[in-house]
Design a protein around this ligand. Structure first.
Ligand SMILES: CC(C)(COP(=O)(O)OP(=O)(O)OC[C@H]1O[C@@H](n2cnc3c(N)ncnc32)[C@H](O)[C@@H]1OP(=O)(O)O)[C@@H](O)C(=O)NCCC(=O)NCCS
Length: 154
């Protein structure tokens, strides 16, 4: 595996498989819900990229990007970020920030102009810190909770 981030030697970000992201999604984003709820549409698409953050070789965080434009901008050259999850004991140590940077570089390398996500309201300050801006109004995703559409020009 390549070391693709400027992290301490025991930490790095690298591509992972669609299967590898599932346990972390389940532990962080879908606790107490069926594992089936952790599989997202497009996970196996050739254009989708899954990335992981590793500490001493152990996967501690994941995130994925999909070749999906915002519904109101279907022709836009942009990717959607989904499944952003850092294990609780590793949160607040800049790992999410590094993971998003790795994904943004990967999306930019594909010639995309923008990256967007439906951010949980509690995670809005995290994305704002990374340069994402809110679009529209807060909305509810059933079974998950309140969200904001957030967008960043790369
Ligand atoms: C949200 C999440 C991905 C952030 O990852 P993280 O590794 O904990 O965040 P980082 O340590 O990289 O934080 C990067 C910056 O954002 C800030 N930040 C992170 N979460 C924040 C929050 N909830 N409120 C305010 N600031 C926050 C950090 O202080 C840091 O700022 P700095 O660069 O000035 O030091 C992670 O906490 C998580 O998995 N949470 C639970 C699941 C979730 O909400 N996922 C997002 C779904 S949309």
């Amino acid at each position: 595996m390549n070391n693709l981030s400027p992290f301490p030697a025991n930490l790095h970000c690298a591509p992972v498989s669609a299967t590898e992201v599932i346990p972390i999604r389940h532990a962080v984003l879908r606790q107490g819900k069926p594992v089936a709820s952790c599989y997202f549409q497009g996970d196996d698409a050739a254009t989708t990229q899954h990335w992981g953050a590793f500490e001493n070789g152990l996967l501690i965080g994941v995130a994925s990007v999909y070749a999906v434009a915002r519904p109101d901008a279907p022709d836009a050259r942009e990717y959607q970020l989904r499944g952003m999850a850092i294990l609780p004991e590793h949160q607040g140590k800049s790992i999410g920030k590094e993971l998003v940077a790795a994904l943004e570089n990967a999306v930019k390398a594909k010639g995309m102009e923008r990256i967007w996500c439906n951010a949980r309201t509690g995670a809005v300050p995290f994305y704002q810190r990374l340069g994402y801006g809110c679009e529209g109004n807060e909305f509810e995703i059933p079974e998950v909770g309140p969200h904001w559409r957030m967008v960043k020009t790369l």
